[in-house]
Each structure stands twice: as C-alpha cells, then as structure tokens.
Design a protein around this ligand. Structure first.
Ligand SMILES: Cc1cc2nc3c(=O)[nH]c(=O)nc-3n(C[C@H](O)[C@H](O)[C@H](O)COP(=O)(O)OP(=O)(O)OC[C@H]3O[C@@H](n4cnc5c(N)ncnc54)[C@H](O)[C@@H]3O)c2cc1C
Length: 305
C-alpha cells in the first residue's frame, strides 16, 4: 500500500488510516445503512491530502461524511473511499474571527466560541452534526442560518489543493450552499465573524434554551435524520404531511414521528435505509396527489442507491 510523506518529513501510514468494510450505521443518527468499502478519519491536512491522492491513484470515488445526521446511507454501502471528518476538530481565534475545522461538532463549536468570548451562533445550539455538514446544507433554526455569520470557507479540491472562498450570504439560500453544486470538494475550515462579548453567561443561556426546546420537543428521543423534507415555498412540510393523515404511517421499521410529521424515526432500531427511503417516497407521492405540492428531500442519499 502507498505511503505518503508529510511536509514535515513525518510519514503517513495509510495502512493505519484506512479501514476496510467499516459499518456506518453506528455513525449515523438514524442507525441504518451498510458499510463503507474503505473509510478513514483524517486528523490533519496532510492526512486528508494523502487520502485524496490515494483515492486518485486507485481511481476510487470519494464520499464525505461529517456527523451523518442528515445522510441516509444505502443498505448496500458506499463504494470507494469514505472520508469521515470528525477528527478534524482544531479551532483558533483571530480577532473577532472564530476559525474552525470542518469536523468539530457544531454544538461544541458554539460552546468553544463562547469560551473564547465570541457569540452569535447560539440559536443553532443543539443541532446535531459537524460544522462542515452544517455549511454544506446551510443549516438553520430559530430564524438564523449558518451562512449569516460565515466569513470564509477554506475548501480542498480532490487534487489536494486548498482554496479560500470569501462567502456572501446571498450565495446561500434555505438549506442550500454553493458546495451542494460542486460536490468534488471538502469544506476544510470555516471562519465565522462573531460578536465579542463579556456577557457570555447570557449567550450561553440562550444556547442552552435552544437546546432545551429541542429536548422538550422530543427531537433526541428516537434515531432520526431530523426533517426529511424542506419546507415548500408556500406552507410547511410537516403540516402538509399531517393533513394527509400520514402521522404514524410506517414501512418496515421506519415510521412517521407522531410529534413531528416531517421526521421519520427508527423507533425500535429495526429499520433499514430502504424502509426510510420507501417511506420518504410514499410521503412525497401522497402529498403530491392530495395537495399538488412536490416536497423536496432535505436529507442526502449516500452510497449505492
Ligand atoms: C434531531 C435532529 C435535529 C435536527 N435539526 C436541524 C435543524 O434544526 N436545522 C437544520 O438545518 N438541520 C437539522 N438537522 C439535520 C442535520 O443535523 C444538519 O443538516 C447538520 O448540519 C448535518 O451535519 P452532518 O455533519 O451530520 O452532515 P452529514 O450528514 O455527515 O453530511 C450531510 C451532507 O454534507 C456533506 N458534507 C459533510 N461534511 C462535509 C465537508 N466537510 N465538506 C463537504 N461536504 C460535506 C455530506 O457529503 C452530505 O452530503 C437535524 C438532525 C437531527 C437528527
């Protein structure tokens, strides 16, 4: 197997990094799906670059995963190399800029920013997943979207080169980022222009409240991927699904959550990704037939579909 050399001269042993047939269900927030043919958890820039060059040399397709809280992994697994970013977690502060690697959990990043005396992201508290996944899908809650405070993104193209994108909120829209269009790159680091504060306890309270609201709504009670569909231009996906009497509907081990009709849960841990996918299609078809509205999935289907 190929070995690569770090800039510092320290060798990267790809045999240690690469894991064959890694089961992904345990990494997914809905606990379904098959294995990655090959997977790796790079912890720094050089490891990431070495993995990309290994994939290129061996003509392997590359798939990115962060916290896997918005991704439905195929039961037939993922071909090629799956790069899981959750070990890329460093952060630093430059003035009012909070700079963070893609794999840090978003909730932890908000906490660390507060420790650094910077606030602004608290209303996104409690959203599962990583900073990279949040930027890819322009996650949002309580009237805030992650793009609102984003200043730059350093992304790596699959040829191993690093580029900086100065971001503008108008390049993002509801659950959409420019990275959804150019899939062959990795969001590596993000810079958020935050607000310096000495009143961190108030900001922390607001974050804790956002998280508590989710807990009280039962969001963490069952394995799920959060909202399955985006809200249409007019109306609300959950309300439309409920009006079609689909609450509680199930296929195999997957069912529509009783508390939130736009969420599919794996309540007893027995669902397959195929069950979730089939239920998603049933909802889409029913809402279209009864309401004339085609709901667009918010979740990403990953692997061999
Ligand atoms: C209980 C619950 C509540 C939720 N609430 C919300 C909510 O309020 N608002 C909201 O917007 N979402 C919500 N979600 C959905 C999900 O948590 C977010 O979309 C989250 O930002 C996804 O991050 P992730 O790291 O888990 O992404 P993943 O599922 O790992 O990946 C999602 C997509 O991003 C790509 N990706 C991931 N990392 C990178 C990277 N570094 N570079 C390039 N591409 C990358 C993947 O290839 C994939 O296509 C919720 C989910 C759950 C389970």
């Amino acid at each position: 197997m190929t070995t690569n050399v770090r800039n510092s001269g320290e060798k990267i042993n790809l045999e240690d990094l690469l894991k064959a047939n890694l089961p992904l269900a345990q990494h997914s927030s809905i606990h379904t799906g098959g294995s990655a043919d090959l997977a790796a958890f790079p912890a720094d820039f050089e490891e990431l670059r070495a993995l990309l060059s290994y994939a290129e040399e061996n003509k392997l397709p590359v798939t990115l995963l962060g916290g896997c809280s918005n991704s439905l992994i195929s039961d037939d697994g993922v071909a090629g190399l799956t790069i899981i970013t959750t070990h890329l977690t460093r952060r630093h502060v430059q003035g009012e800029m909070f700079c963070v690697r893609c794999g840090l959990a978003l909730d932890r990043a908000i906490e660390l920013a507060l420790e650094d005396g910077l606030c602004g992201l608290e209303l996104l508290g409690g959203i599962p997943g990583t900073v990279g996944g949040a930027i890819f899908g322009n996650c949002g809650a309580n009237g805030v979207q992650i793009c609102d405070l984003l200043y730059y993104v350093d992304y790596m193209t699959f040829d191993g080169k690093l580029h900086r994108m100065q971001t503008h909120a108008d390049e993002f829209s509801y659950r959409h980022s420019p990275f959804k269009e150019t899939k062959d790159c990795i969001i590596y680091e993000a810079g958020f222009r935050l607000i310096p504060t000495t009143r961190t306890s108030e900001a922390r309270k607001s974050k804790d409240e956002a998280k508590k609201k989710r807990k009280l709504a039962g969001q963490y009670d069952n394995p799920s991927l959060g909202c399955v569909f985006c809200n249409p231009a007019v109306g609300n996906a959950a309300e439309l699904i409920e009006q079609c009497n689909l609450k509680g509907a199930s296929i195999g081990g997957a069912s529509i959550c009783h508390r939130h009709a736009n969420v599919i849960i794996n309540g007893k841990g027995k669902a397959t990704s195929r069950d979730v996918h089939n239920l998603t299609r049933l909802v889409q078809k029913t809402v279209f037939e009864e309401k004339g509205i085609l709901l667009e999935p918010e979740i990403q289907c990953i692997g061999r579909w």
